[in-house]
Design a protein around this ligand. Structure first.
Ligand SMILES: Nc1nc2c(ncn2[C@@H]2O[C@H](COP(=O)(O)OP(=O)(O)OP(=O)(O)O)[C@@H](O)[C@H]2O)c(=O)[nH]1
Length: 355
């Protein structure tokens, strides 16, 4: 399933800049949906990176669509297998309410896609005069999985750390678990958002991508760290679910294929967690069981501690899983599937069974 990542943020906070930064990285096929509230799609013209497929919503706000129909249709178009997209990014208008967007995505019925996180971009200079003016921290942050505190370059150097800390504290009042990164020119490590398939340009790509990358020098972006733990033998589903339901706070993403005991042998699953939102599905066809492993990614990730936690969760299990673990596994699979397919996802003996 293709992850759908939504970019939200108050007007002018830096959403298009962030999108452009992501699109200058080679090797990932990205589709975008641009939403401008004006009649003309201004942002479409501001996109400078490589897009493999695009759709747009102009003249209205994505979060005000009467039902998820409009968005579902666009997602379905972009999820067509022939487009071979690795990720879809929705740039919501500056007026979009992340809570509504989150609801549209969670309860949408577009086949072939899954929620890939909501990024909320904050303008560090304007934030306290525009978005955050009430006594309570803004509710919009409850929907975010990653908050980017942007435009720190526009503050005097000595005021940046304090502004970042103050804004982070307010965001955490509404959403204690959210990942928050500082940024200038909306530069973040793309690993926080989607998988980077390759570090080199494909051989047939024009040198334009390289030139445009040079313009967007992200070397100053806070770096994401990753730890990979192989999963050569089947693990206990309960142990994996304990990890997914209570992941280490510094692991913003968990992803990879794992082998689990299911009571009927071994079955392979694809894990994808963004923020605190776990997603579990039966392994993708063609994936190689020899490569089964879980990767944790995060800014300021404690690789040793997180690695130990993953190793414990993926420990080879010789005992049959408890019925409670199997029920939890089935429930997680159901919660991870689109509403209309929910009856088809129960664990079954199919080609992904390896023993
Ligand atoms: N100095 C500075 N300028 C920035 C930064 N991020 C964005 N900008 C500028 O701020 C303006 C708005 O940035 P965009 O990326 O277009 O913001 P947006 O959130 O897409 O804007 P809307 O679509 O209008 O809501 C542009 O002129 C950017 O070049 C930053 O971190 N520092």
């Amino acid at each position: 399933m293709i992850p759908v990542i939504v970019l939200t943020g108050y007007l002018g906070a830096g959403k298009t800049s962030l999108l452009n930064g992501l699109l200058t990285r080679p090797g990932t096929r990205v589709g975008v949906i641009i939403n401008d509230i004006g009649k003309i799609n201004v942002d479409t013209g501001l996109i400078t990176g490589q897009i493999d497929a695009a759709e747009s919503i102009a003249g209205g706000c994505v979060c005000c669509l009467p039902d998820s129909g409009g968005l579902d249709e666009l997602l379905e178009k972009l999820a067509q297998p022939k487009l071979r997209l690795d990720a879809i990014i929705v740039e919501a208008s500056g007026a979009a309410d992340p809570i509504n967007v989150d609801r549209l995505l969670r309860y949408g019925n577009a086949p072939g896609v899954r929620p890939g996180g909501i990024i909320d971009v904050i303008d560090a200079v304007q934030h306290e005069h525009t978005v955050d003016t009430a006594a309570m921290a803004p509710a919009r942050f409850t929907a975010a999985s990653l908050v980017v505190v942007n435009k720190l370059d526009m503050l005097p150097e000595k005021a940046r750390d304090a502004a970042f800390a103050r804004i982070s504290d307010r965001v955490r009042e509404a959403n204690p678990q959210v990942a928050i990164v500082p940024a200038s020119h909306a530069a973040i490590d793309p690993q926080l958002v989607f998988d980077i398939a390759m570090n080199e340009d494909p051989s047939d790509e024009l040198p334009l991508a390289a030139a445009s990358r040079a313009e967007h020098d992200h070397s100053h972006a806070p770096h994401a760290h990753a730890v990979t733990v192989p999963c050569p033998e089947p693990a206990d589903p309960g142990a994996l679910l304990d990890l997914l339901e209570n992941p280490p706070a510094d692991a913003y993403r968990l992803k990879g294929h794992v082998k689990l005991r299911t009571g009927r042998g071994t079955q392979r699953f694809l894990v994808n967690m963004v923020g605190r939102q776990p997603h579990l599905q039966v392994a993708t066809p063609g994936s190689d069981p020899a490569d089964d492993a879980l990767v944790a990614v995060g800014v300021e990730l404690d690789e040793q501690r997180v690695g130990d936690r993953l190793r414990t969760s993926l420990q080879a299990s010789t005992a049959e899983p408890s019925s409670q673990s199997l029920t939890r596994l089935e429930r997680r699979l159901i919660l991870s599937s689109p509403a209309e397919q929910r009856q088809d996802v129960l664990i079954d003996d199919d080609e992904s069974v390896t023993s």
